[in-house]
Design a protein around this ligand. Structure first.
Ligand code: FMN
Length: 214
């Protein structure tokens, strides 16, 4: 089968994307409204690291069915665009995955998904946006740029690029060599639809051509 994306509606294209690009890590994104009055939390699996010099990451809150901004984007966009210019990304271990998914509830702007999900907000050290206390790793970020692939259109893509200004790591997930232990971290990935996966079935391979000999 070959598919020309120009012939697909957004729903079908979305299902193809999430069906093919998986598992996806989950960014649990905490933000604060520009006036400082309210906090917001939501999971995003269109998420990845970008670079380590400087440390940067990105996530993608799609535009809603009316083409409007999700609360996270409204809060995280740069100050020059009316946002707070800050956000945090907490990771999603298996023991809090139900609360993380609950935070996807579409509450009204200004209502806290932290409260709904039963997760605890802690203000950042470098940013005012809150992170998730129950998560073992979190990144505090300043928003560098938002790239909008189809501004104002339903399901349009928005890439939020953030510079990491503080990293929090729970000592309990650090191994004897000083590295993050994936078994202790126990992260969950998102599959398609309502599916998730654990990171409990892992294997190693040597680099490059040596991998062919295994
Ligand atoms: C595990 C998970 C991953 C999600 N990933 C995304 C994503 O990458 N992009 C997106 O726009 N919505 C994603 N969603 C849906 C948002 O979390 C949802 O629309 C949420 O209400 C947005 O919250 P906000 O309006 O407070 O920003 C995801 C939901 C779940 C449960």
């Amino acid at each position: 089968m070959q598919l020309d994306p120009a012939t697909l509606d957004a729903e079908r294209a979305y299902k193809l994307l999430i069906g093919a690009i998986m598992p996806r890590p989950i960014a649990v994104v905490g933000t604060r409204s520009p006036d400082g009055a309210s906090v917001n939390l939501a999971p995003f699996s269109f998420f990845c690291g970008v670079g380590s010099n400087p440390v940067t990451l990105c996530f993608c809150p799609a535009s809603d069915e009316a083409g409007g901004e999700k609360d996270t984007l409204r809060n995280a966009k740069p100050v020059a665009e009316g946002g707070s210019g800050e956000f945090t990304v907490s990771v999603a271990p298996h023991r809090i995955i139900r609360q993380v998914v609950a935070a996807a509830e579409g509450l009204g702007y200004g209502e806290s998904e932290f409260a709904l999900a039963g997760l605890t907000p802690i203000d950042g050290v470098q940013v005012r946006a809150p992170r998730v206390a129950e998560s073992p790793v979190a990144f505090e970020c300043r928003t560098m740029q938002v790239i909008r692939t189809n501004p104002g259109a339903p399901s349009g893509g928005n890439l939020v690029l953030g510079r990491v200004v503080m990293i929090h790591v729970d000592d309990a997930v650090i191994d004897a060599r000083g590295r993050i232990d994936p078994a202790q971290l126990d992260l969950v990935g998102r599959m398609a639809g309502l599916g998730y996966c654990t990171t409990r079935d892992r294997f190693d391979l040597p680099w490059g051509r040596a991998a062919l000999e295994r």
